[in-house]
Design a binder for this molecule. Structure first.
Ligand SMILES: *Cc1c(COP(=O)(O)O)cnc(C)c1O
Length: 491
């Protein structure tokens, strides 16, 4: 019965006449409101707003803010989503006046600082990707996928090649085929082998002259580096297709290998994952894309460009790209997320980024080595920055499902791992600890996960037990979530 008052609506706290402000009596003549505001804009009745005191407002929202889990309050091993710690310095830097107090309609000459940040961020992402040009415009990873596919479609249109298909592995994130469909392509699924890699025979059998793009995630969503990635890219390229790299898993390979080097023609970054922007409930994302030289003319406009003058560099917005697909986002993209990414990248530098990935991989492998003894990890003994365990055997032996485990972990103060993704693993439990967790935390998590597998199934089917709202019924959505706190007359 934690924080039960936080379940009251602010309207229920309201008492007529109560207020959070007390203003002095006006010492200037008052203007009748209908002389200031045209009649048609005036409401007939005052809006019904809650009437509460200042401490009531503060407590209400402060309490609400404690009902959720966050990276700042809990270990958050949500696989694929890379919920790494968000350094507070980046928050400070992203809120300095030159970043937050500017308006996108200001003149370019008065936005030089911000444009420089964007230009340099583009350069850094080019270097990390091993590709030739970057657009910061897309607003999220999925939007980056769509934008890059639009770039690919424009490229094929221009060379007069009428390709209609996009291939993606069955372990891909759902946004991959969804983006392809939104862009007007037909999607074809490529199978995975039982050990979790792209099935090369299945791929080759589906590769023909109608395939525009193979969308591939590497490391893939099972946390495995596709061993044959360069050969796969060669196969696709030799038939005139392009390789799209879903960059959501870049946290495993920063400064170690580059998508451009293993055959990608285009990719997106998830700065809110890889470069530590707060996301999920904590903030918006961004989805910069990087592309190879031949795709550069089709990138969205405006592009952030740099000119060398006698006084030094000036930065400007370049609209002069006749073959561009046009705008995909208002103004420059999600500025705050991009600035945080820039700060993160500058803070770490090339060697620091490499050690971020090395530690992410080390932490995941340490956890894997502890977890595999009680929860099988079907695709192996080693992983990159995340691994996928399976509760399938546990479920058939004891009735405990991946969902039960995920819900029960909340009772122990852990955010749940990702469950039931990727679709290729039954009862999938996808764990991504990230590089910023200590050995003690990883041990505690492994021990808790083990403890959960030993508990009574009945207890788990109803978990979580200590949170404000217990398990919403995901099977019959019509059934209401069970509230632990029921409003009563005294409340
Ligand atoms: C998160 C994710 C995406 C989509 O990125 P968003 O920024 O959430 O739109 C795509 N692919 C994979 C593998 C992901 O984990």
């Amino acid at each position: 019965m934690r924080n039960k008052h936080a379940t009251q609506l602010i309207f229920e706290l309201s008492r007529a006449g109560r207020s959070a402000v007390s203003l002095p009596t006006a010492d200037v003549p008052q203007q009748p409101v209908d002389q200031l505001i045209p009649e048609r804009f005036l409401a007939r009745t005052a809006p019904q707003l809650p009437e509460v005191s200042e401490p009531e407002i503060v407590r209400h929202y402060a309490n609400l803010s404690t009902l959720n889990m966050s990276v700042d309050t809990h270990f958050y091993p949500l696989g694929s989503c890379t919920m790494k710690y968000n350094p507070k310095r980046n928050e400070r830097l992203a809120s300095i006046a030159g970043v937050v107090d500017v308006h996108p309609y200001q003149s370019e000459s008065s936005l030089q600082g911000l444009l420089r940040i964007f230009f340099e961020l583009q350069q850094m992402l080019e270097e990390i990707s091993g590709l030739d040009a970057v657009s910061l415009q897309p607003a999220a990873g999925a939007h980056g996928e769509l934008t890059a596919l639009m770039v690919a479609a424009a490229y094929f249109r221009e060379i007069g090649d009428n390709r209609t298909k996009v291939l993606s592995p069955d372990s891909a994130h759902g946004t991959n085929p969804a983006s392809a469909r939104m862009c007007g392509f037909d999607t074809v699924t490529v199978k995975s082998t039982s050990d979790g890699f792209v099935d090369r025979d299945d791929l080759i059998s589906k590769l023909d002259e109608s395939v525009a793009v193979l969308m591939i995630t590497n490391p893939n969503t099972l946390g495995l580096f596709e061993r044959g990635i360069a050969e796969i890219a060669d196969e696709v390229h030799s038939r005139g297709g392009l390789i799209y790299l879903d960059g959501a898993n870049m946290n495993a390979i920063l400064g170690i290998t580059r998508p451009g080097d293993f055959g990608a023609d285009m990719m997106h970054f998830n700065p809110h994952k890889t470069f530590s922007g707060p996301h999920g409930g904590g903030g918006p994302g961004a989805g910069p894309i990087a592309v190879a030289e031949k795709l550069t003319p089709y990138l969205p406009v405006p592009r952030v460009a740099r000119l060398e003058t006698e006084e030094g560099y000036t930065y400007r917005l370049d609209w002069g790209q006749p073959r561009s697909i046009g705008r995909v986002r208002s103004f420059f993209g999600n500025c705050g997320v991009l600035v945080r990414a820039y700060c993160y990248l500058l803070t770490h530098g090339p060697d620091g980024l490499r050690s971020v990935s090395e530690n992410a991989v080390l932490n995941a492998n340490y956890l894997l080595s502890r977890v595999k003894h009680f929860l099988p990890v079907p695709q192996g003994d080693r992983c990159m920055h995340e691994f996928v365990a399976s509760a399938a055997q546990l479920k058939s032996d004891t009735g405990i499902s991946a969902m039960d485990m995920a819900k029960r972990l909340l009772d122990y103060g852990f955010h749940a791992p990702t469950v039931y993704f990727p679709l290729t693993v039954r009862e999938a439990v996808m764990v991504e600890p990230t590089e910023t967790e200590s050995k003690e935390m990883l041990d505690k998590f492994a021990e808790t996960l083990f403890r959960v597998t030993e508990e009574a199934a009945d207890l788990l089917h109803d978990a979580p037990h200590t949170t404000l709202i217990s398990r919403p019924d995901e099977v019959t959505a019509a059934r209401k979530p069970k509230l632990r706190w029921q409003p009563s007359a005294e409340d």
